[in-house]
Structure formats: structure tokens, C-alpha cells
Design a protein around this ligand. Structure first.
Ligand code: ZN
Ligand code: MN
Length: 501
């Protein structure tokens, strides 16, 4: 083994599994595709349990969705789509083989030779090549009592077995962990726009990464649960492998698991060779001959894709391409934007609101991360309250000078809590400020009583006055008119210094 310099070229490739969550049934039977939250082993039938004598029946829509995704990723569509058996023994696989696709003898998978362009890498762009895109069935799931290390036995749940997956394999074209994250976000946006997969659902998009440096062996990292963790796992592997290489230690070609608690990769098993799987054509599913006109008909049915949508946002709404990309990267934000412009025609102002204030709010208060663990409840519940009309009104109120941005952000919190329209909230605030003059008196007195020292300081120190004002604002839940409150405080201070009590 030659000693590599630690700055040898890094190559990263991805293998991504996307569940076609928009399907109603599994890939080869009529069981529900929605297995989440069900009692173990209740969403099963003889076909997906692999009982002898049963026959798989291919879900036509699954093939259509896979072709659409392949088209969106600029793949060539195979003229004959064929299924293969990938044989291996593992308890989550009831048939002891997985029905998948295999390209060794012919182009049998749905698509090959595609690409996805990363067009906002700090001004430059880069094309990631897609080696293949195939359709296959999801295995079941193992569950452990306690943790995988300490459990005495494993339990198997076949509810997920047979759910339709699209597997996407890229060429090792990534150089940086950040490119990987960008790619996954782009892919998620494409899936959302096609409406074939909801990436926010737990386990709907799963990503393995392979990493190698220089001429060293390739290491595969599995078990990565979120897009953020893919970036972390890849960064960890690069550091680990560079460190080994710089010390002249051989890097073994192996499979490693991402341990998201410790944020490290740990060795799993030595890599199986391809031929171990004894691929052979699935005799129970005839090949599908794909005609050119069928592909074109599907292409015509495809909704607008993210790249076209960004372009349109720039052209039609005069947004900067950066702003347009941030919106389109999360389809629900782009949809919210377009719907809001129907209520208020200052598109740039609305876009600005969503991209800076709303997104910032979501990230801070809802610990919002697409494809993070758990469900997407937090952001969904916010979007149930924050409608296009709410966004339009907030932007309008700020633009007209009626409220400032800080107030607008407070109103946003109120909207999330109450679902009230911003204009109604502002009206309430106005009314409160005018009619609560008497109430303000009692709040000011309370503050002066409780903050005796600050009040005495205020006789000679302006800053103490601001401190007292802050207290008044807090006790009034922000409803006090700050100007009025300040003048009242000043009056009290003046009275005091004149020798009043
Ligand atoms: Zn079934
Ligand atoms: Mn696979």
C-alpha cells in the first residue's frame, strides 16, 4: 500500500432509497402503502409475506412514478424494464430474496445515465451524474427490546415489506459534504414537486454514502437518518480516512454504520461482493416494454419542476435567483408565496417575508428540519395556521408603515398561537393601547414600586428609565404604548426630583 498524502482527492457517491409514499398500495400486492403507526404485522398478505404459491402483481402507477422521477433526473429510460431477484438471507426479507432490478446484462432498470445540476455552489455550478434509477421492494423492519447491543432477541415487523422504493445511485461526483446536503435538498424538492414522495415522513428518504480518498478502498456508510446526518457522517469519514492515510494505515473496504448519538461511524460487516447475491431474472413478472410515446405522454403529464419554477419566479415575480431557490427548495414555501401574491401584489416583499422572517421563525421556534427524525408535525401545524392571507397582510402592514418588522414578527407568533388575521391583531393592539390608559397607570405604579432602586437611579440616569420602560412593556404583554409609558415614567421621575413622594 502506497502512502497517500492526506490531501488526496475525496470521492463521495450516494445511494438513496425513496419510498413512493403517494401510492395507495404496495409494489406487488394490494396491502396499504401507508404502514406507519400500525400494529406490527397487520399490514400484510400472503404475497408480501412471501408465502409459497403466491404471485406478485406489479403496481402500474409505481412504474409511472419511477419513470417520471427518472425523466426529472434526465435519465435515459430503458426500452425494456425487467425485474431481478437479489438473493440474501436476512429476517426482514420474508422471501429470502428482494425483487429489484439489475443492469449487468442489459439496461433493465427504469433509468440510467441521468444528472442533477447543483447550480448554487457559491456562484459556480456542478453536475452530479446519476448512474441508475431502479424500482424495488422495501424489506420489513427489525425491532429490538431496548437497544440492538443489549437485546436478547429481535422482533420482525413486515408491515413495510413490499412498499415501493426507488433506488437512485449516483456516480462518486461529490467532493464536499456540503454538496451532498445540497443534492439531497434538491432531490427532495423534485420529489415534492412530482408529488410522488413526501420526504418529511420518517424513513421516506434514506441515504447511504460511499467515501474514498485517492486510490484507497471505498467505505460505505449506512443507517443515516437525516440529511443533516448524511453531511455529518460524510465529513466524519473524510477526517477518519485522511487520518489513517496520513499515518500510512490501510483503509479497509467495509460497511460502517452511522451512530447518530455519538456522531461517529462504526464498523459493521466486511463488504459483500456483488455475486454473493446471485441475481437472476424474476420469472413471475414479465418484462415491460416501454414505448417512446408512453414516455412522452408521461413527460407531458409531469408538473412544473423546481428548476423551471425558479426561472419562472425570477422572470414573472422579479425575485433574485437566490430568493427563488430558497422558496422552491421547499415546495410548501413556494406554494405559500404564490398563493399570497393573490392577496397582495408586492411579490418581492412577500418573498422577503417568507424567506427571512417566516423561515427564520420556523427554524428557531419549531426546530424545523426537513427529513429530520420524527414526523413533520411541528411545521405542519404552523402551516395550518399561517395561510397565504396571513402572509399577505403581514407584508402589507409592514410596507404601509403601520407596523415595523419587530412588531410584525411578534404578530407572527400571535398568528401561530391564535390563527387570527394580522389586521385583526393590530386592531386589537391599537384598541388596547388607547383604552388601557388607566390600566397603564397601575402598571407604571407597580413597576416603580417593585423597582425602587432603578427608579431612584432614573433621577440621574437615562438608562434606568429605559429599564423601567422595558418592565412596563413586559407587564403589559407588549400592549403598552411605549411613547405614552415613557412620558408617564418621566413625569413620575420629574415629580420625584421636585421633592414629591
Ligand atoms: Zn401484501
Ligand atoms: Mn436498494
Amino acid at each position: 500500500m502506497t502512502k497517500m498524502s492526506s490531501d488526496a482527492r475525496v470521492r463521495i457517491g450516494l445511494e438513496i432509497h425513496c419510498q413512493l409514499t403517494a401510492l395507495r398500495s404496495k409494489l406487488f400486492c394490494r396491502c396499504s402503502a401507508d404502514y406507519r403507526g400500525k400494529e406490527p404485522n397487520t399490514n400484510v398478505c400472503p404475497v408480501c409475506l412471501g408465502m409459497p404459491g403466491t404471485l406478485p402483481l406489479l403496481n402500474r402507477r409505481a412504474v409511472e412514478y419511477a419513470i417520471m422521477l427518472a425523466l426529472a433526473l434526465n435519465c435515459k429510460i430503458s426500452k425494456r424494464i425487467t425485474f431481478y431477484r437479489k438473493n440474501y438471507f436476512y429476517p426482514d426479507l420474508p422471501k429470502n430474496f428482494q425483487i429489484t432490478q439489475y443492469n449487468a446484462y442489459e439496461h433493465a432498470s427504469v433509468g440510467v445515465d441521468g444528472s442533477l445540476v447543483l447550480d448554487d455552489l457559491n456562484g459556480s455550478s456542478k453536475t452530479i451524474r446519476i448512474r441508475r434509477l431502479q424500482l424495488e421492494e422495501d424489506p420489513g423492519r427489525l425491532a429490538y427490546e431496548g437497544s440492538i447491543d443489549t437485546a436478547n432477541y429481535a422482533l420482525v415487523d413486515y408491515n413495510r415489506a413490499g412498499v415501493a422504493l426507488v433506488e437512485i445511485v449516483t456516480e462518486p461526483d461529490f467532493d464536499e459534504p456540503s454538496e451532498v446536503r445540497l443534492f439531497l435538498n434538491r432531490l427532495a424538492s423534485i420529489l415534492e414537486h412530482l408529488g410522488i414522495c413526501n420526504p418529511a415522513l420518517e424513513g421516506a428518504v434514506r441515504c447511504d454514502a460511499n467515501i474514498s480518498i485517492g486510490e484507497h478502498a471505498r467505505v460505505e456508510v449506512k443507517n443515516i437518518n437525516s440529511f443533516k446526518d448524511v453531511e455529518r457522517a460524510v465529513a466524519f469519514e473524510i477526517t477518519r480516512q485522511r487520518s489513517l492515510a496520513s499515518r500510512g494505515i490501510e483503509i479497509r473496504g467495509e460497511t460502517r454504520h452511522w451512530d447518530d448519538a455519538r456522531r461517529i461511524t462504526v464498523q459493521a460487516r466486511m463488504k459483500e461482493e456483488e455475486e454473493d447475491y446471485r441475481y437472476f431474472p424474476e420469472p413471475d413478472i414479465p418484462s415491460i416494454v416501454v414505448k417512446e410515446e408512453d414516455v412522452e405522454a408521461l413527460r407531458a403529464r409531469m408538473p412544473e419542476l423546481p428548476y423551471a419554477r425558479v426561472e419562472r419566479f425570477v422572470k414573472v415575480y422579479s425575485l433574485s435567483s437566490d430568493t427563488a431557490r430558497i422558496l422552491v427548495n421547499e415546495k410548501h414555501l413556494a406554494d405559500l408565496f404564490e398563493a399570497s401574491t393573490k392577496y397582495y401584489d408586492n411579490a418581492r416583499s412577500i418573498a422577503n417575508w417568507i424567506v427571512t422572517d417566516l423561515k427564520g421563525y420556523l427554524e428557531r421556534y419549531a426546530s424545523y428540519d426537513r427529513n429530520s427524525k420524527g414526523d413533520d408535525g411541528s411545521s405542519n401545524s404552523i402551516f395550518a395556521k399561517v395561510t397565504p392571507r396571513h402572509i399577505a397582510e403581514l407584508a402589507m402592514l409592514v410596507d404601509s408603515g403601520k407596523i415595523n418588522r419587530v412588531t410584525a414578527r411578534q404578530i407572527l407568533q400571535n398568528v401561530v398561537a391564535s390563527g387570527m388575521l394580522p389586521s385583526a391583531i393590530v386592531q386589537g393592539m391599537d384598541a388596547d393601547m388607547l383604552s388601557k390608559k388607566d390600566e397603564l397607570e397601575s402598571i407604571v405604579n407597580r413597576v416603580i414600586e417593585e423597582e425602587r432602586k432603578a427608579f431612584m437611579d432614573a433621577l440621574s440616569n437615562e438608562k434606568a428609565l429605559n429599564y423601567l420602560l422595558g418592565k412596563v412593556m413586559r407587564y403589559s404583554n407588549g400592549r403598552a404604548d411605549p411613547k405614552l409609558a415613557l412620558s408617564m415614567l418621566k413625569e413620575k421621575v420629574a415629580d420625584k426630583s421636585k421633592g414629591g413622594k
